[in-house]
Write a protein that binds this ligand. Structure first.
Ligand SMILES: Cc1cc2nc3c(=O)[nH]c(=O)nc-3n(C[C@H](O)[C@H](O)[C@H](O)COP(=O)(O)OP(=O)(O)OC[C@H]3O[C@@H](n4cnc5c(N)ncnc54)[C@H](O)[C@@H]3O)c2cc1C
Length: 498
């Protein structure tokens, strides 16, 4: 066994998974750790910016999902990175005396009564909770989330009114942002029960440093030079044997730089693996892993930030939600339409479910859009997207809306080292099996062709490799620790040699 002081570990990707892996190894005494990051900044899908002054705008992750048993929340707490007052994102920018709420508007400009909105939203949430808590009737076991919801909704009283139908479609569109899917017909109903929501709410409780402060905490735990940015990895050759290979893995960067290692922890997003996984590894990935990459879904969620010179919404308005006229049938056809030149491109903006107010930015709204419409929006210029948003805000609310002073949108699909936003389970996929297959290190015990003398040559971490916390930052963080721990356990007490 080699003492850990001479063990070389390369981590590919400096998102939360990569940084938590490196930090855990470093704390355990491993000294030769190199993190290679393709982008010019660490953080990955955590991307804190300051385009509108001193206060942060999050282009990627914004909330810490749950507190109890959430190690990232705990880290933030220990480091003093939380706001003293934990309110919802929307409430924090509004005067405390008024209870803020979302305003729901129809295409006709009518503001919908809140009791009607509440009824439909509560019913929708009851149906989705059943899916998340494995309480689905077996008849829904092969259905998509969209199919299951439609079937249940059709039998409800709310389905008898046009407004009820439109609100239900709004709920479905809004749920797409949680699932990162183009439509809920792409998401399995029954597999959602594997996702675990931690207790303690969904808070934007990070302080003025935003999510970047958590990334910085991890970076500070690493010696200078550990993380190298602008180092896109092109290929990973593993199972190298013979005298000329002291280390079984070699990692080749696009610019030609080569790193050898005993262990490589790959934390690149599932979207990147979908596009590049087949060409990146030599020998090729085993079938179980290649099919997990193919089968798990990875969709796009984008944000559109609009900064106005003056706030035009009332004090008690936490968000402006757009309830389109399309009924469920129109919506199903629209969302399923595969035609390349399909009408959906011309009406991409119909996928914007609404605009939320933004913590600490009293004159900023954040629009949400998902799926292929989000991907299409990324190809348009920001000024044009801003104009479309203002047109929508004017026509739905009837309020006087000035042109925005600044527009900023995320482009997670166009980002070549991400290619989307996060993972979801498509219908017909055994999500637990696929997440586990994605997480399994190489060589696998069943890899008869590859020597088992040098175990854990290539390990996999990242949001998509967690069975119950996929999509989240804490999921990513935990998987980095999990893979570091595998290596630490491999060397057992030898780590104390360092
Ligand atoms: C719009 C949006 C909103 C979100 N909101 C939330 C939220 O509110 N709360 C929450 O918990 N989660 C949220 N998430 C999800 C969360 O951001 C991710 O789950 C988490 O950050 C993923 O971390 P990771 O380390 O697995 O991957 P990443 O952060 O993607 O890190 C992987 C890194 O690998 C790098 N890489 C890729 N290819 C290569 C290569 N060839 N060579 C070298 N490096 C490479 C990438 O550049 C990237 O930096 C959101 C995500 C998005 C996009």
């Amino acid at each position: 066994m080699i003492p850990s002081s001479s063990v070389k570990v390369v981590v590919v990707g400096a998102g939360l998974a990569g940084l938590s892996a490196a930090s855990t190894l470093m704390k355990a005494g491993f000294q030769h750790i190199q993190v290679l990051e393709a982008m010019s900044r660490p953080g990955g899908r955590v991307h804190t910016t300051r385009p509108f002054g001193q206060d942060v705008i999050e282009l990627g992750a914004n909330w810490i999902h749950g507190q109890e048993g959430n190690p990232l929340f705990q880290l933030a707490q220990e480091q003093g990175l939380l706001l003293e007052e934990s309110g919802s994102a929307k409430t924090m920018c509004l005067p405390g005396s008024v209870t803020p709420r979302d305003y729901f508007f129809e295409e006709s400009g009518r503001k919908l009564p809140m009791d009607q909105v509440d009824q439909v939203c509560a019913f929708f949430s009851k149906l989705t909770s059943r899916a998340f808590s494995s309480e689905l009737d077996p008849k829904h076991s092969t259905q998509s989330l969209g199919g299951y919801l439609d079937q249940e909704f059709a039998q409800s009283l709310q389905a008898t009114s046009k407004v009820g139908q439109r609100l239900f479609e709004w709920c479905k569109r809004s749920e797409c942002t949680d699932e990162a899917s183009s439509s809920l017909y792409e998401v399995s109903a029954v597999q959602l029960c594997h996702y675990v929501a931690l207790e303690g709410g969904f808070f934007n409780s990070l302080g003025p440093g935003g999510y970047q402060a958590l990334v910085d905490t991890l970076l500070d735990s690493l010696p200078p030079g550990t993380v190298l940015c602008d180092r896109p990895v092109r290929s990973i050759r593993w199972a190298l044997e013979g005298e000329s290979h002291a280390h079984p893995v070699s990692v080749l960067c696009q610019a030609g730089q080569c790193f050898t290692a005993d262990h490589v922890i790959v934390t690149v997003p599932l979207g990147f693996l979908k596009e590049n996984g087949a060409a990146m590894f030599e020998p090729a990935l085993p079938t179980s892993k290649a099919s997990a990459i193919e089968r798990l879904g990875f969709g796009t969620v984008d944000k559109i930030y609009l900064r106005f010179e003056k706030r035009f919404w009332p004090d008690d308005c936490a968000g402006i939600q757009l309830v389109w006229d399309a009924g469920p049938e129109d919506e199903k056809v629209y969302q399923h339409s595969q035609s390349e030149g399909g009408a959906w491109r011309d009406t991409w903006y119909k996928k914007i479910c609404g605009f939320d107010t933004v913590a600490r930015h009293p004159t900023v709204l954040c629009g949400w859009i998902t799926g292929r419409e989000a991907q299409h929006m990324e190809t348009l210029d920001e000024r044009m997207v801003g104009e479309v948003c203002v047109r929508l805000l004017r026509s739905f609310t009837g309020w006087s809306v000035e042109e925005p002073a600044q527009v900023l949108m995320s482009k997670w699909w166009s980002e070549p080292f991400v290619r989307g936003s996060y993972t979801y389970p498509p219908p017909g996929v055994d999500a637990v099996r696929e997440h586990n297959a994605l997480a399994a290190p190489l060589p696998q015990p069943s890899d008869a062709g590859h020597s088992q003398e040098k175990p854990l040559q290539v390990l996999f971490a990242g949001e998509a490799t967690h069975v119950s916390f996929y999509t989240t930052t804490h999921g990513a963080y935990i998987t980095g620790i999990r893979e570091a721990q595998r290596i630490i356990e491999l060397y057992g007490d030898k780590k104390l040699d360092s």
